[in-house]
Write a protein that binds this ligand. Structure first.
Ligand code: SAM
Length: 196
């Protein structure tokens, strides 16, 4: 089987700590669509793993149940292509747990890149991030997406980089995390065939 080029990019969808519309720290609920849509996009762009982060046990069980249906259960027979995508999903309790795991598994330096719809000073451009991903070195990158009204400040402050927000050509900026993840992956890893 042709070995597909793997990227050094991981993805994480964070359900805690995120903020609600009043800026309070909450734990958001996992939604089925976030699992499927983002896993399918991650598979399309060669993302190595898609971490679902939630500290709530029954939410972790829910993720495991959904992914098991599509990777080992009836869903796997029914739709093997969906199995391939959902196989990227790994559920963990916290970002710290994910970073520990990534650090141990591969003797690489993990760089944290957070995303947000809000403008941030000295944010990382897509072209610079694209170049970084293409450098053959010991770095691996994990791209963090939030839920609810976005990642909590403590997560943004932990990051090595804040990716510049996607903006359309209007002041309207309320993308779902599913749309934002797909757009960002395409900007970073898409084969645009255009002269870069
Ligand atoms: N106002 C929130 C914010 O600034 O992130 C929107 C949260 S949105 C429902 C959930 C997630 O989608 C965000 O945490 C971020 O990861 C991603 N996202 C949404 N809009 C984005 C944009 N314009 N640029 C980059 N990421 C975006």
């Amino acid at each position: 089987l042709r070995k597909l080029p793997e990227t050094n990019l991981y993805l994480a969808l964070i359900h805690y700590p995120v903020v609600n519309k009043n800026g309070q720290i909450i734990t958001s609920a996992v939604t089925n669509l976030d699992l499927h849509d983002i896993a399918r996009a991650a598979k399309t762009y060669g993302v190595k793993k898609y971490y679902i982060i939630t500290p709530i046990d029954d939410q972790k069980e829910l993720v495991k149940k959904i992914t098991a249906h599509w990777t080992h259960g009836v869903g796997a027979e029914f739709n093997p292509l969906r199995r391939e995508a959902l196989e990227l999903i790994t559920v963990r309790s916290s970002l710290e747990e994910v970073l520990d795991e990534m650090g141990q598994r591969e003797l690489k330096k993990t760089r944290l890149v957070v995303t947000s719809a809000k403008k941030n000073q000295n944010s990382l451009s897509y072209s610079d991030f694209r170049d970084m991903l293409n450098i053959k070195n010991n770095n691996q990158y994990i791209l963090l997406f939030g839920t609810a009204w976005g990642l909590a400040k403590e997560v943004i402050e932990k990051a090595d980089y804040v990716l510049e927000p996607i903006s359309g050509n209007t002041p309207y900026n309320h993308l779902s995390v599913r749309s934002a993840a797909a757009i960002i992956m395409d900007r970073l890893l898409g084969n645009h065939g255009l002269s870069s």
